[in-house]
Ligand binder design. Structure first.
Ligand code: AP5
Length: 204
């Protein structure tokens, strides 16, 4: 399955909750790219500047990274993609690879949150650098004393660009999955538990 939605919609937060029950790997293209940046690999060096500016990493780079990942044995019983595909060429490449592997997508779940709420969500986000757990200074505060960090692209300037990329390049992917009858829309506004319950209902 695929989780899709604007930056800050709650994809990473909800993926962590859902995979506990579904027992499938959570494959986040953003997390994989951030790991490459941290490791200082060639891919990481290429991605770092683009990500910080709120731009997309080139399709060929991301497609190769994700197709390699979903070919790994732990994906044999299913997987949850988060942040990929993000462009029409990425969706087409995924479709070709899955068809060749005889794998059918069960669901593409769109978490919908209006633009007006996104900047507050993204600029208030903090992460535990050790576990990757996602917090929000207002809506889901970290435990007292925990040293949390802020992502380099969680500035108001970068998130405005990321939102515009979402509307311009990712939203056009949705009709492809709508046409296949597997797109499910879920309201992403509400408490974390309310959104989890809606997602579980959409997937049941
Ligand atoms: P990526 O890491 O995928 O970022 P994104 O899609 O912009 O999504 P976010 O991680 O910002 O948000 P989220 O929906 O996971 O929200 P979260 O759960 O954290 O990509 C980063 C960059 O990498 C891209 O800009 C691009 O450069 C590159 N990249 C990645 N994939 C690529 C691809 N396929 N092709 C090309 N380039 C690619 O929640 C956000 C905050 O809100 C948190 O603080 C959370 O606590 C809070 N929150 C969550 N739910 C709620 C709620 N219900 N109520 C209140 N607060 C909430």
């Amino acid at each position: 399955m695929i989780l899709v939605g604007p930056p800050g919609a709650g994809k990473g937060t909800q993926a962590a909750r859902l995979v506990e029950k579904l027992r499938i790997p959570h494959i986040s293209s953003g997390d994989m790219l951030r790991a490459a940046v941290k490791e200082g690999t060639a891919l990481g060096k290429q991605a770092e500047v683009l990500m910080k500016e709120g731009k997309l990493v080139p399709d060929d780079v991301v497609i190769g990274m994700i197709l390699d990942r979903i070919a790994k044995p732990d994906c044999a019983n299913g997987f949850m993609l988060d942040g990929f595909p993000r462009t029409v060429p990425q969706a087409e490449a995924l479709d070709v690879a899955l068809t060749a592997a005889g794998v059918a997508l069960d669901a593409v779940v769109l978490i919908e949150v209006e633009d007006a709420l996104i900047v507050e969500r993204v600029t208030g986000r903090r992460n535990d650098p050790k576990t990757g757990t996602i917090y929000h200074m207002k809506y889901d505060p970290p435990p007292a004393g925990l040293a949390v960090v802020q992502r380099a692209d969680d500035t108001e300037e970068a998130v405005t660009k990321r939102l515009s990329k979402y509307h311009g390049e990712t939203e056009p992917v949705l009709p492809f999955y709508e046409g296949k009858g597997i797109l499910r829309r879920v309201d992403g506004v509400g408490s974390l538990d309310e959104v989890t319950a809606r997602l579980q209902a959409a997937l049941s």
